[in-house]
Unconditional design. Structure first.
Length: 219
């Protein structure tokens, strides 16, 4: 069995032996659902968004915890099963995943590459188009700074989707960032959740946000 540690935006329910917490606000006729994955050998994050015209909503953001006591192949099987369950539950139209960064530890890179490959294989077996983004590209897309840290990425995600409760694992927010980054690649301007002015969009939002919140940017 495997478990998921998630973020509760409204209500949390137990589904098929794992904990699932999602935004229960209904989204009418979603144009596109995107599944974002932050691959990992011990913790894998996922974020699922629904895009409807100029608006965007979070459906679920959570993580899959993998026991280090299990062998590598058993963990790979769990990753594959987990992605398949998410696909069956939310029926996403597109799949996006973070590319492994190049580190000095060859064995760690090999294991992470396998985890990513298994997740991609699960998405492809479901007929989903797959897109891959580097960590730098994702940070640049979300914050305007390719060297932003995880806290800065989370703060911007809060701004975009009006999120309040901080998840226990940044793997979940990283996965959400992957999904939003993918959407931003060829989107129309997205309405900021909670905007007071009707029709307010994300044009030039990065520079505006930084000007209004200079303390959130590390120098």
């Amino acid at each position: 069995m495997f478990n998921i540690a998630g973020i509760g935006l409204a209500n949390c329910s137990v589904v098929q032996s794992y904990k699932s917490c999602k935004n229960t606000v209904p989204l009418h006729k979603p144009v596109k659902i995107i599944l974002g994955i932050d691959p990992g050998t011990l913790v894998m994050g996922h974020g699922i968004i629904a895009v409807n015209g100029n608006s965007m909503e979070l459906l679920e953001m959570s993580v899959l915890k993998l026991s280090g006591k299990k062998d590598n192949y058993e963990r790979l099987q769990m990753i594959h099963q987990h992605v398949m369950l998410l696909v069956q539950k939310y029926k996403p139209h597109e799949f996006a995943i973070e590319a492994p960064f190049f580190g000095k530890n060859v064995q760690s890179m090999l294991k992470l590459g396998r985890a990513q490959g298994v997740a991609i294989a699960a998405a492809m077996s479901a007929g989903l188009p797959v897109s891959e983004y580097s960590p730098k590209k994702i940070k640049q897309s979300i914050t305007g700074n390719g060297n932003a840290d995880k806290e800065q990425v989370w703060k911007m995600l809060q701004h975009i989707l009006s999120l309040k409760e901080k998840p226990k694992h940044f793997d979940a927010t990283d996965a959400l960032a992957v999904a939003i980054c993918h959407h931003f690649q060829g989107k129309l301007p997205v309405t900021v959740a909670g905007s007071k002015k009707k029709g307010t969009v994300m044009n030039n939002s990065w520079s505006d946000f930084i000007k209004k919140n200079p303390e959130r940017i590390k120098k």
